[in-house]
Write a protein of this length. Structure first.
Length: 289
């Protein structure tokens, strides 16, 4: 990534204004990703709604998610940029109380992490891992559960990339763990939303990646996909019940999508494919919607 090698073309810059950490008062400048100039060549969209980017001859591989979270280099408080400086005092106090736990946990994964220097893929993965810890203590009015879900799935992607580069490490295992955490948080966020206990409207963009916001339909789709790919298989009857519920949720999306031009086409295509997979696993059971 940029800053690690002087021969590497510049892909980032530091913000003009400093950010002050509301927890430890450290001041730092955010590293931002430059746009244009052939730096990012958009590739395929995966079934997880992740946008892949083709390496360029000049800039090499770039992972925009590495720079998506704001992280204090001193206390390792991590959050989405829109949340970093605006959380209430009680939430910040709880995050502060668990600073040592957060710091020790990420150190077990990486021998050296430096958020004061230019970020590498390791800092990008670590930032999402840290944000998972921080949002655990955030007031429900900030929609922390869905934000944990987004951090978990993005973290899974980045740890997967680390696993490809360092197969001798346990990054692939961490990626799998984060996928399962993403399933828990997405499932929980939808449940809380449906019961009115925690609204998800305070999520600026549901992503899950940075290039497009797939909205609440994207959240429902990912619930179904994560259940299908990472849900437990130890109890076949419970799995059947969960997949049946997800199949019905996807069926409702079809009904809306056919008459609406506001729903992104790629999402519906992936949803239809997933629907077919669910039906196949459910032994070809006819849809009763």
């Amino acid at each position: 990534m940029s800053g690690k090698n002087d021969k590497t073309p510049t892909i980032t810059f530091y913000s003009k204004d400093q950010t002050e950490c509301p927890i430890c008062n450290a001041r730092f400048k955010r590293e931002e990703l430059m746009s244009g100039g052939g730096r990012m060549i958009a590739g395929a969209l995966t079934d997880e709604l992740r946008r892949l980017y083709e390496p360029s001859a000049k800039f090499g591989e770039i992972f925009p998610l590495v720079y998506s979270l704001t992280v204090c280099p001193k206390c390792h408080y991590a959050a989405f940029p829109q949340d970093f400086c605006v959380l209430d005092k009680d939430s910040l106090a709880r995050i502060y109380e668990h600073m040592r736990e957060r710091y020790d946990s990420v150190k077990k994964l990486f021998s050296k992490i430096d958020f004061a220097a230019a970020r590498s893929l390791a800092e990008g993965a670590a930032s999402h891992y840290l944000a998972l810890f921080c949002y655990e203590y955030v007031d429900p009015k900030y929609s922390p559960t869905i934000k944990q879900g987004v951090c978990a799935i993005r973290g899974a992607w980045l740890f997967s990339e680390l696993g490809k580069r360092y197969p001798e490490e346990n990054y692939a295992y961490i990626s799998d763990l984060l996928y399962r955490k993403a399933l828990f948080f997405y499932r929980r966020a939808v449940e809380l939303e449906s019961t009115g206990k925690e609204m998800i409207a305070n999520m600026k963009s549901f992503g899950p990646d940075l290039d497009k916001n797939y909205g609440y339909d994207g959240v429902l789709y990912l619930c179904a996909l994560l259940e299908y790919k990472y849900g437990s298989r130890t109890d076949p009857e419970r799995r059947r019940d969960l997949l049946t519920a997800q199949r019905r949720s996807l069926a409702k999306m079809f009904g809306l999508g056919k008459s609406s031009k506001t729903k992104p086409g790629p999402l519906l295509e992936h949803a239809r494919t997933l629907y077919e997979r669910l039906v196949t696993e459910l032994n070809g059971e006819e849809d009763d919607e």
